[in-house]
Design a protein. Structure first.
Length: 427
C-alpha cells in the first residue's frame, strides 16, 4: 500500500487516474457480451443452456432452470437456526428503512387545472445475485425487499449455480424476502434471458444487482430494452481520517472491502502522515490473519493508496473527486462535513460505524454506485422499483385561457397541428 504526500509530484496524477477509473472493459469483453446477447435473443433457452455448460460447467435443461418450492423448503434444513435468525433480523431492518422511502401519488388544484403525479410499481423486476468467489444472501435481501415494499408483483432472481446447486443461504434469503421465481442461471446469459424473455424465463421490466465486468457490460448494452439500476463494478472504500483515528480500525475497514475481489479498490485520505504509515503497517499485519488473504493482498497491492493532505477541507475535496462507493469519515466531528461531501454512494459517520454493519443489518441499501459513478447514480432504493406518470386535467375555461400561448409556442416550433388540436375544440 503506497503512501503519497500532497507535496509529492505523483499526487495529482494518482488522484486524476483514480478519479477517471472505469469499471468496464471495452474491446474483447464487449464483443463477447454482444455475441452472447444475440445468441440468447435468437436461441432462447437452448442458448442459455449452452452458455451455462460452457462457463459454469453445469449441464442444465430448461425445465431444470427454475428452483422448485420444495428445494427452497429443503434449504431451511441446511442452515443453522441462528443463521436464519440473522437473515430475518437483517430483512426486518432493510424493510423498515425502505418503507420510509415510499412515494405517493399526489395532485393539486391550480384554479380549474388539476396537476400531479401518479406513482405505480413496476410489473416485473429481475434481480441478479453474483456467485463464484463468494455467497451473497445479503444482496438478495437488499435487492428483493425494496422491490416488494414498492409493490412489484413479480420478482425474479437469477444466480449462477454450481454442480451441487445453489447455496441454501441464497434460497432462504430469497424466501424471506418474498422472491417469486428463482433461476439457477448466471452470467450474461441470465441477464439476456431476463431482458429478452425465453420460453422458461418471462421477460422483466428492469434488472438490478451487481455482477462481474461481463454482467455489468450486458446491463449497459441492454439499457433501453430493459431498465437498469446502475453499472456496478468492484467494491470500493475511501476512509477519510484525522490524526485521532485508530489505525487498527481503519486498516480493518479497508480490508473489509479488499477481501471482496482482487480488483476491489481501497483508499485512505488523512491529514496525518503518522497515521498513514501506521495504517499501512496494520494492513500488512492483519492480512496474515485473513481467510481470504490472497484475494485481499492482490487488491491492496494493485490498487490501495494512502494520501496525506494538509487539511480536512482538502481531504473532503479529494473524496469528492474520487466519488467512492463507500466513504467512511473517521474524524472527530463527522457531521460537520456531511453537507460538504458531494459524491459518495454511502457515508459512514464516526469512529464506530464500519461499512460491514451497513453491508448486513443497518437497513440502508448496500447496492451502491462504483467506479466514480456516485457523481450521478444513487444507492438502490424504492425509486428503482416504481415509475411516475404526470397527471394533467384542464376544464374548458382554463383551456381557453392558455389557447393563445399554446398557439404561439406551436408556431415558434413549426407545429401547426399542435395549435389546431386546440382550435378543433371551438374554444
Amino acid at each position: 500500500m503506497k503512501v503519497i504526500l500532497q507535496t509529492d509530484r505523483a499526487f495529482r496524477g494518482m488522484i486524476k487516474r483514480i478519479a477517471s477509473r472505469s469499471n468496464l472493459h471495452g474491446g474483447a469483453v464487449e464483443a463477447s457480451v454482444r455475441t452472447i446477447l444475440k445468441a440468447v435473443e435468437r436461441g432462447g433457452d437452448q442458448a442459455v443452456s449452452r452458455y451455462t455448460r460452457k462457463f459454469d460447467r453445469v449441464t442444465l435443461k430448461p425445465p431444470q432452470f427454475r428452483v422448485s418450492p420444495e428445494q427452497v423448503k429443503e434449504a431451511y434444513y441446511q442452515i443453522r437456526k441462528d443463521e436464519g435468525d440473522a437473515l430475518r433480523h437483517a430483512a426486518q431492518r432493510i424493510m423498515a428503512f425502505h418503507e420510509r422511502q415510499r412515494a405517493k401519488t399526489w395532485m393539486y388544484q391550480d384554479g380549474g387545472v388539476t396537476l400531479g403525479q401518479v406513482v405505480v410499481p413496476l410489473d416485473a423486476v429481475g434481480l441478479y445475485v453474483p456467485g463464484g468467489k463468494a455467497v451473497y444472501p445479503s444482496s438478495v435481501l437488499m435487492s428483493a425487499i425494496p422491490a416488494k415494499v414498492a409493490g412489484v408483483k413479480r420478482v425474479v432472481m437469477c444466480t449462477p449455480t454450481q454442480k451441487s446447486g445453489i447455496s441454501p443461504y441464497l434460497l432462504v434469503a430469497a424466501d424471506i424476502a418474498g422472491v417469486d421465481e428463482v433461476y439457477r442461471i448466471g452470467g450474461v446469459q441470465a441477464i439476456a434471458a431476463m431482458a429478452y424473455g425465453t420460453k422458461t424465463v418471462a421477460r422483466v421490466d428492469k434488472i438490478v444487482g451487481p455482477g462481474n465486468v461481463y454482467v455489468a457490460t450486458a446491463k449497459r448494452l441492454l439499457y433501453g430494452t430493459v431498465g437498469i439500476d446502475m453499472i456496478a463494478g468492484p467494491s470500493e472504500l475511501l476512509v477519510l481520517a484525522d490524526e485521532g483515528a485508530n489505525p487498527s480500525h481503519v486498516a480493518a475497514d479497508l480490508l473489509c472491502e479488499a477481501e471482496h475481489d482482487e480488483e476491489a479498490r481501497v483508499y485512505l485520505v488523512t491529514t496525518s502522515e503518522r497515521l498513514a504509515k501506521d495504517v499501512v503497517r496494520q494492513v500488512q499485519e492483519q492480512l496474515k490473519r485473513l481467510k481470504r488473504s490472497k484475494i485481499a493482498s492482490k487488491s491492496i497491492a494493485r490498487h490501495a493508496v494512502a494520501f496525506v493532505v494538509g487539511s480536512m477541507e482538502e481531504a473532503v475535496a479529494v473524496a469528492n473527486e474520487i466519488a467512492a462507493e463507500h466513504l467512511e469519515l473517521s474524524v472527530e466531528r463527522p457531521f460537520d462535513y456531511l453537507e460538504k461531501v458531494r459524491h459518495a454512494g454511502a457515508l459512514f459517520l464516526g469512529r464506530h460505524t464500519p461499512p460491514a454493519v451497513a453491508d448486513y443489518v443497518a437497513g440502508p441499501n448496500h447496492i451502491l454506485p462504483t467506479g466514480g459513478t456516485a457523481r450521478f447514480f444513487s444507492a438502490l432504493s424504492l425509486d428503482d422499483f416504481v415509475k411516475k406518470s404526470n397527471i394533467i386535467a384542464y376544464t374548458k375555461e382554463e383551456l381557453v385561457k392558455v389557447r393563445d400561448h399554446v398557439s404561439r409556442i406551436a408556431q415558434m416550433e413549426g407545429f401547426d397541428a399542435h395549435a389546431k388540436s386546440l382550435e378543433s375544440r371551438h374554444l
